[in-house]
Design a protein around this ligand. Structure first.
Ligand code: GLY
Length: 358
């Protein structure tokens, strides 16, 4: 079977990789560079508690399944590519500003009092009452992951065509036959749109870009990164230790602003202030970076994973805040679906929005 995937982010690359392993011939087109959209801009959190509180049961199940797949997926990608992806099962601490908030957290899982929280993160601000300890949370170096996925996919025999925007999917007798790009037509038996925030540009796929700005802080000599991921006061802090370089990532805003990824000094300062309200010593850390990315959001906030009306066009988009977390599960699910080996999960059925391609 010949498959063309539109979008070389972590979703498209990992779906392509699984399809290659199953014997398919795969080409991935990307409008820019592989793994340089949300895959690059993310913080790499596998935040199965912090992000999925109150989520639809189907999404929680998918996220828990993905979280369980992650250790094996990370080592498989590392082995295939030779690139370490920095998977760390660090746990996450969701801070409670006061005793009432801490009490409310008890229903969600084990909580730590102020002393317990400080034992994990010694530099926490005074006055924090403690927090929810989510031991299953992890993080991965999403930029290394993008690099590793690209190498693993190409080594497995996948074709990659960067700087090539898909203009239209052409259909004949009700089935898609090729993707038209400015230079070339790419013919295939099946097509997967995994273009993140850009997934809606090819047809009536209801995906809205949601901008997130982030900053990175670099520690002064001798300062340690916090061990766990930390959430509180409207920000999250993710330690990133790249061997030589240590950074603390601070995120992230949520703004519907089309495809605008401009940076705001006010947002930068707010993120920094939020981080310092949790760990005052961060005042001494140096601002090392500031960037923005676009999350793909569907109208109900759930992913779109499945075929659209023509039957051989599939969508894998709408991961919103959880694209890195969900990647291993979505890769297997979508590869199996394209190969006709598994059924759609009704909550993620793209047909709920009746997408069309004209
Ligand atoms: N999952 C983190 C974010 O979307 O900001």
């Amino acid at each position: 079977m010949k498959v063309v995937i539109i979008g070389a982010g972590v979703a498209g690359l990992s779906i392509g990789w699984r399809l290659l392993q199953a014997g398919a011939t795969v080409t991935i087109l990307d409008r820019a560079q592989p793994a340089h959209g949300a895959t690059w801009a993310a913080a790499g959190m596998l935040a199965v508690t912090a992000e999925l509180e109150g989520a639809h049961a189907a999404e929680r199940d998918l996220a828990l399944h993905a979280n369980a797949l992650w250790p094996g997926f990370a080592s498989e990608v590392e082995q295939a590519s030779g690139v370490p992806v920095g998977f760390v099962r660090s746990g996450a601490l969701l801070l409670a500003p006061d005793a009432a908030a801490l009490d409310a957290m008890r229903a969600r899982g084990p909580v730590l009092d102020a002393a317990g929280a400080r034992a994990l993160v010694p530099l926490l601000a005074d006055g924090i009452a403690g927090g929810l300890w989510a031991a299953d949370e992890a993080h991965v170096d999403n930029r290394r992951l993008g690099e590793a996925m690209t190498i693993a996919y190409v080594k497995a025999g996948g074709a990659l065509v960067p700087q090539t925007a898909a203009v239209r999917i052409e259909q004949k007798s009700g089935a898609a036959v090729c993707v038209l790009t400015p230079r070339h037509r790419y013919h295939a038996d099946a097509f997967v749109i995994a273009a993140g925030a850009w997934s809606g540009l090819l047809g009536d796929i209801p995906i809205t870009p949601v901008k997130g700005e982030m900053i990175a802080l670099a520690p002064p000599a001798g300062a340690q990164l916090p061990g766990p991921v930390i959430w509180g006061n409207g920000v999250y802090l993710v330690p990133r230790d790249e061997g030589g370089q240590k950074l603390l990532l601070v995120g992230a805003t949520m703004q519907e602003a089309g495809f605008d990824t401009s940076l705001s000094p006010d947002v930068r300062d707010q993120l920094r202030a939020g981080a310092q309200s949790l760990i005052p010593a961060l005042k001494q850390w140096v601002l090392a970076d500031h960037w923005a990315g676009l999350r793909p959001k569907s109208p109900d906030g759930l992913p779109l994973l499945g075929p659209v009306r023509s039957g051989n066009i599939f969508v894998a988009s709408g991961q919103f805040r959880n694209g890195i977390l969900l990647a291993p599960a979505i890769a297997q699910l979508m590869a199996d679906m394209v190969l006709g080996k598994t059924k759609i999960i009704p909550a993620f059925d793209p047909q709920r929005f009746a997408p069309r391609f004209v």
